[in-house]
Design a protein around this ligand. Structure first.
Ligand SMILES: Nc1nc2c(c(=O)[nH]1)N[C@H]1C(S)=C(S)[C@@H](COP(=O)(O)O)O[C@H]1N2
Ligand SMILES: [Mo]
Length: 325
């Protein structure tokens, strides 16, 4: 093992690093180690090819526009691909665009497991089989009170779920992101420096997962999804805070009990399971009443369910949304 896991690093070394490295530099140092190791194993040429695979201008064909799109002007490609949350590649907004370029997304396997009849390791091509890709312009609201409008290319998660034939015991769907410390320098960041425990896990109630607005996205602006945005396949649930929209999915599991999602597990006071966008329920450390659209100066009012209330409010009829945040 070339790279020390946080558990292998003596605490004296961590304390030492703290004296002269900030979080960002720590992740960069880890990234350097990973890149050096990759070069040693693959040779420089292979590393260069891998980074080219993630390049801009890889058009997806046969994309239809969706009637479910928001009628707002999307953010730019530049904004959507350089201002990201993807902690596996660092906690700074510009880290994922710099550190995720070499993530190997081909071939890609999504394992389907749990309460369903069609348990299998699906190649990405099989997940996409028979799907018409749609251009879906969705509002995207991060719990940190910024927002964007993103022209995803994707298809309804419901379509894939039906093909998996969940049993009557399947009440929730659990999703897991790839965890590969060799490729993901951010996973070396100890929790004391803002790191998480991996892999990243999210969950939806079955009716949320089956809702026509819930999509699996494989593209952006008509092109293959850039790695920093969750390539090759990520969830987008437009009426929920961004952290529900899990990236680079390798496992989908049908379960009877409510899954413990990463942020609720690790900061339960601040993040719940439902995470519906709600201007009336503040985050313990800041207000959720307004948001800053990336690229705009003035803040806007945050809308209940991120403006998708007409379509999703009925899912939560009779529920106390203050208790179920
Ligand atoms: N695996 C994984 N998925 C993730 C995250 C993450 O850190 N790791 N961050 C989440 C958060 S907090 C947000 S706001 C969105 C950001 O998506 P974007 O970078 O495509 O805008 O991804 C979500 N999915
Ligand atoms: Mo977020």
């Amino acid at each position: 093992m070339l790279i020390k896991r946080p558990a292998d690093i003596p605490s004296s070394e961590i304390t030492d690093k703290r004296l002269y490295l900030n979080r960002r530099e720590f992740v960069r140092a880890a990234a350097g180690t990973v890149a050096a190791a990759a070069t040693a194993v693959l040779g420089t040429e292979a590393v260069l090819q891998a980074s080219q695979a993630a390049a801009h201008k890889r058009k997806l064909s046969g994309v239809k526009s969706s009637p479910l799109s928001a009628s707002e002007k999307p953010n730019t490609w530049e904004q959507i691909t350089t201002y990201n949350n993807y902690y596996e590649f660092g906690t700074d907004k510009d880290s994922p665009s710099e550190l995720a370029t070499n993530l190997k997304t081909e071939p890609w396997t999504v394992t389907v497991d749990g309460e369903c009849n069609k348990k299998a390791a699906y190649h990405l091509e099989d997940v996409l089989k028979g799907e018409t890709l749609e251009d879906r312009i969705y509002r995207h609201r991060c719990v940190e009170a910024w927002s964007m409008v993103i022209p995803w290319v994707g298809f309804p998660l419901a379509n894939f779920i039906k093909r998996c034939e969940p049993t009557s015991k399947a009440k929730f769907v659990e999703f897991t992101t790839l965890y590969d410390p060799m490729q993901m320098p951010g996973t070396h960041l100890p929790p004391a420096f803002g790191g998480l425990r991996w892999p990243y896990v999210e969950g939806l109630r079955m009716d949320e997962a089956m809702h026509p607005l819930t999509i699996l996205a494989v593209g952006l602006y008509g092109e293959i999804l850039p790695n920093q945005d969750g390539a090759p396949i990520r969830l987008h649930v437009p009426w929920k805070y961004g952290f529900k929209s899990i990236k680079s999915i390798v496992k989908i599991r049908f379960v009877e009990k409510q899954p413990l999602n990463t942020w609720q597990d690790q900061q339960a006071r601040e993040y719940g399971f439902y995470a519906n966008v709600n201007p009336n329920v503040d985050h313990p450390r800041w207000s959720q009443a307004t948001e800053r659209r990336i690229g705009e100066f003035f803040k806007r009012k945050t809308l209940m369910f991120n403006g998708y209330g007409d379509q999703v409010a009925s899912l939560y009829a009779g529920m106390d949304l203050k208790a179920n945040y």
